[in-house]
Write a protein that binds this ligand. Sequence first.
Ligand code: GLN
Length: 148
Amino acid sequence: MPSYCPGGESTHFARILTKYELGEALKDFKKPILGTCAGIILLAKEIEGGFPGFSLERLDITVSRNAYGRQRESFEDDVFVEFDGERAVVRGAFIRAPRIMKVGKVDVVAKLRDGEVVGVKSGNVIGLTFHPEITGETFFHEKLLKLI
Ligand code: GLN
């Protein structure tokens, strides 16, 4: 990904958090979090190529932004979930999605058919590279509510 590539949503999240000085408060926020797509970028400990902004560093993963390509490479696919022993297949929308390049000390909770990791959990923080809400899936939002 070239360094001039506009980051999109995650860049704006980071800018707004910095501009309104909300970043530090959010770093102290220890209640359950569900981060989807740009959200998992903000939660990741490492972002390939760096990140010109604020990062919460709550998930021990390395992500690469826009790693599947541009908007026209966005796609929908089945996601195979194993969450606290519960299995499910949900439909995910990957919209200029980030890709998880390295998995550290986190639980893997979602994969694509070929085994690519697309969702992780660490304590009460869940990160997904896809949007479940666009396809009408409520699985992860229900899990978030149960964590609260
Ligand atoms: N590619 C976007 C980013 O880097 C994320 C896309 C999204 O959240 N749908 O922020």
